[in-house]
Design a binder for this molecule. Structure first.
Ligand code: AMP
Length: 404
């Protein structure tokens, strides 16, 4: 299938060409036709599949037919980064249409957003909290909304945004076309779908499996040696951009600090940063001045950097869904990627679940020359103390129990 089969207007096709897309991705082939017919659609696809253009192109095609300088399409996004990214895709794909979009998210001045809204944007890409602020203040009206997109619905559910989304939906009671994109379908989202979509077409793009362009490997290692192993892997591996995931924001900050000391160009992306710091980290990573980004799951949502060569799970993700989300950042359209996961004995259950999902055993790798038996990690006083103290305490408790 080619883009020509969609019969998009030449001004919209100009955007497709400007971005250099030659063939639609599977999600685009399957959702663009029903969206253009006005159907409600559920797109089960993860980040990296081309899902943004899959809803942006039909929106541009629809809105350009009858411009009105009112808000006619709303895309609800879980994070400001994803909102910004989606706006960028809209402005690139819509560069030859006169349609404009505005990103609406918290942490920046409302007045600046009001100016964008007053300039006649027909598409808004909004995070739920700030959108509600605008709706309550009357600076945004959805009374003429024609298309509603709920993007990364499962992530919004995870982040606790469902009540906000329901409040937003109370402001759009009239008939409109609704599109919902999600990598997975937790029960809360299934309920929402039943309530707000009418006779939807469901398109599923291998959402439960990671892209085939990603190779997976496990690195068994003791917790206290993870940072030393990470540094060794970075030293010995050819990488372009590396995204490292940690379980907590404190760990993200600490690992980033250790890598900076070791001489790498690194930033951390975690909840404790100001908006400016987040933006600087993301821009640096996108432009290549920062080679390693250390992030938590939530902070990393919406990162869109095509050349991420390696995703390193410093900590095993909580669920297989999180694993897929994390590694969705590498091995994107036509590129290969590597997913390396550091695992400790405590991760055995999660590894089993992951291997079940992938339907294959995962390769266990060891780094040649690395001292896995080392009792303490290099230059990390915090680690050198803690694990030993904990082990001693457990042994003592064990002894006490044995003597009782
Ligand atoms: P998304 O899943 O929307 O985040 O898209 C992932 C990446 O794929 C983005 O960098 C897009 O620019 C790119 N992409 C989207 N559609 C196509 C296409 N038809 N051909 C090549 N790349 C694409």
């Amino acid at each position: 299938m080619s883009f020509e089969t969609f019969n998009l207007h030449p001004s919209v096709m100009a955007g497709v060409r400007a971005l250099g897309y030659s063939m639609p991705t599977p999600i685009q082939s399957q959702v663009i036709p029903p969206i253009m017919q006005g159907r409600d659609v559920i797109g089960l696809a993860q980040t990296g599949t081309g899902k943004t253009a899959a809803f942006v192109l039909p929106i541009l095609q629809h809105l350009r037919q009858n411009p009105r300088k009112r808000i006619r399409a709303l895309i609800i996004s879980p994070t400001r980064e994803l909102a910004e990214q989606t706006c960028k895709v809209i402005s690139k794909l819509g560069s030859k249409t006169s349609l404009q979009s505005v990103a609406i998210y918290g942490g920046v001045s409302m007045e600046q957003q009001n100016r964008g809204l007053r300039s006649g944007a027909e598409i808004i890409v909004a995070c739920p909290g700030r959108l509600l602020d605008h709706l309550w203040k009357g600076t945004i009206s959805l009374s003429e909304l024609e298309i509603l997109v709920i993007d990364e619905a499962d992530r919004m559910f995870d982040m606790g945004f469902l009540p906000d989304i329901r409040n937003i939906l109370r402001c759009i009671l009239h008939k409109r076309q609704t599109l919902l994109f999600s990598a997975t379908m937790p029960a809360g989202i299934r309920r929402l779908v039943r309530e707000i979509l009418h006779n939807p077409v469901t398109v599923q793009i291998g959402q439960t499996l990671p892209a085939k362009t990603v190779s997976h490997a496990l690195y068994p290692v003791q917790q206290h040696l993870k940072t030393t192993l990470l540094k060794e892997i970075l030293r010995k591996t050819r990488t372009e951009s590396v995204l490292v995931f940690t379980r907590t924001k404190h760990r993200a900050a600490r690992v980033a600090q250790q890598l900076i000391i070791a001489g790498y160009r690194v930033a951390s992306l975690q909840g404790n940063l100001s908006q400016n710091q987040r933006q600087a980290a993301l821009t640096g990573f996108r432009t290549g001045s920062i080679k390693v980004l250390v992030a938590t799951d939530i902070a990393a949502r919406g990162i869109d950097v095509l050349s991420i060569s390696h995703v390193i799970n410093y900590d095993m993700p909580e669920s297989t869904d999180d694993y897929i989300h994390r590694i969705g950042r590498t091995g994107r359209v036509d590129k290969n990627g590597d997913a390396l996961t550091f695992v400790t004995d405590a991760d055995a259950g999660k590894i089993r679940a992951l291997e079940q999902l992938l339907d294959a055993p995962l390769e266990r790798l060891t780094l040649r020359g690395f001292d896995y038996a080392k009792l303490v990690s290099d230059k990390e006083p915090r680690y050198s103390q803690r694990p030993r103290r904990r082990v001693v305490r457990r042994q003592e408790i064990g002894k006490q129990m044995a003597t009782k």
